[in-house]
Design a protein around this ligand. Structure first.
Ligand SMILES: [Mg+2]
Length: 347
């Protein structure tokens, strides 16, 4: 059983570390990465002017996913019924505000809670176009009424906190519902369900591979699962093969879409499950969406190995680490009947 601070923090910080490692190379081909960082590619965090390694929209949105889930917990414990995905939606509007994409008047009643006071969150870090346009449309997507046909990885890259918050009975569906707010194609939201489900099972103490097989089983009941299922099965086959990691990742795609992002991340996590740093190097050094595959791989292996499995220097040097640790600890305890909690996560 890994439902302890070590593993919750590992999951949240691991994601941010992977995001930050991939951030400088997100829009570079592998050849360009090698030209700039040498034949092994990028292997260490790039420290910015503020002394920290920059995270991107993946970590920002994961932070607001966690915020929404914790507010939903407040609401549920105070009033009984609530829709967690509707409450997470409001948290995404808060994110939109922090990056200057929505006027204050439109979100006036929503700007409470402690994250609004975190100055480092007010930073534009290549936000995904699908998330922006969906959230600015004023409509909430659902699985039944898709908001668009996007299968971008913007749904899955923010879903890990759902796995920490939920039990295995609810993680998959809630992961999908929250991703479907902005991503309407099954491969966009099912990938998020898979990540949430796997994280839940990992902190329940399962091996990563057992968790993946269980997620495939759950996903097989959903319409349109074939593309995502096949991609993940391909990743499992590649883990068993002796194809080089570089070639394997290339075969799986570039990770801009949900099914490829989760498959590449699972491949890297399984191929190097005892070595966080090595897995992360595989996850970011390729032609595609390096920060997102880095973030998802970091979430998975961080939950599996715990914060002690992540190089200390990376934990200390990643932006927003104090915020991520606070959220991890709050996801672990859930709602607390205190003034402080209600001020942090108003329901
Ligand atoms: Mg990003």
């Amino acid at each position: 059983m890994k439902r302890t601070k070590d593993y919750y923090r590992g999951c949240m910080i691991g994601g941010a570390v992977g995001d930050a490692l991939g951030c400088p190379v997100e829009f570079m081909s592998f050849n360009e990465i090698k030209q700039k960082y040498g034949d092994d590619g990028i292997t260490d965090l790039v420290i910015g002017a503020n002394g920290k390694a920059k995270i991107t929209d993946d970590t920002q949105m994961s932070i607001f996913t966690a915020d929404g889930l914790l507010r939903a917990d407040t609401r549920f414990c105070s009033k009984g019924l609530c829709s967690a995905s509707n409450i997470v939606y409001n948290s995404y509007l808060r994110w939109l505000y922090t990056i200057g994409e929505v006027e204050k008047e439109k979100v006036q009643g929503l700007l409470d809670g402690w994250l609004m006071e975190v100055k480092e969150l007010y930073a534009v870090r290549s936000p995904g176009i699908t998330c922006l346009s969906a959230l600015k449309s004023g409509k909430k997507g659902t699985i039944e009424k898709p908001i668009n046909n996007s299968k971008g990885c913007g749904g899955v890259m923010r879903a890990a906190p759902v796995g920490l918050f939920c039990t295995k009975e609810s993680a998959f569906r809630l992961g999908c519902d929250i991703a479907a707010l902005t991503h309407g194609h099954p491969s966009g939201y099912l990938a998020a369900g898979v990540l949430a489900h796997i994280i839940t099972l990992i902190v329940d103490g399962l091996e990563i591979e057992e968790a993946v097989l269980d997620a495939l089983e759950v996903m097989s009941d959903y319409n349109g699962h074939e593309e995502c299922s096949l991609k993940i099965q391909e990743a499992l086959e590649l883990v068993k093969s002796d194809i080089s990691p570089q070639e394997a990742v290339k075969k799986l795609g570039e990770g801009w879409v949900g099914d490829e992002a989760i498959a590449i991340s699972l491949y890297c996590a399984l191929k190097s499950k005892d070595d966080f740093k090595n897995a992360l190097k595989m996850a970011v050094n390729h032609d595609g969406d390096s920060d997102s595959t880095g973030a998802i791989t970091g979430n998975i292996l961080g939950a599996y190995l715990g914060i002690g499995g992540i190089p200390n220097r990376w934990v200390e040097n990643v932006e927003l680490s104090d915020v991520l640790i606070r959220l991890a600890d709050d996801l672990l305890t859930g709602f607390q009947e205190t003034e402080e909690w209600r001020a942090r996560y108003p329901g």
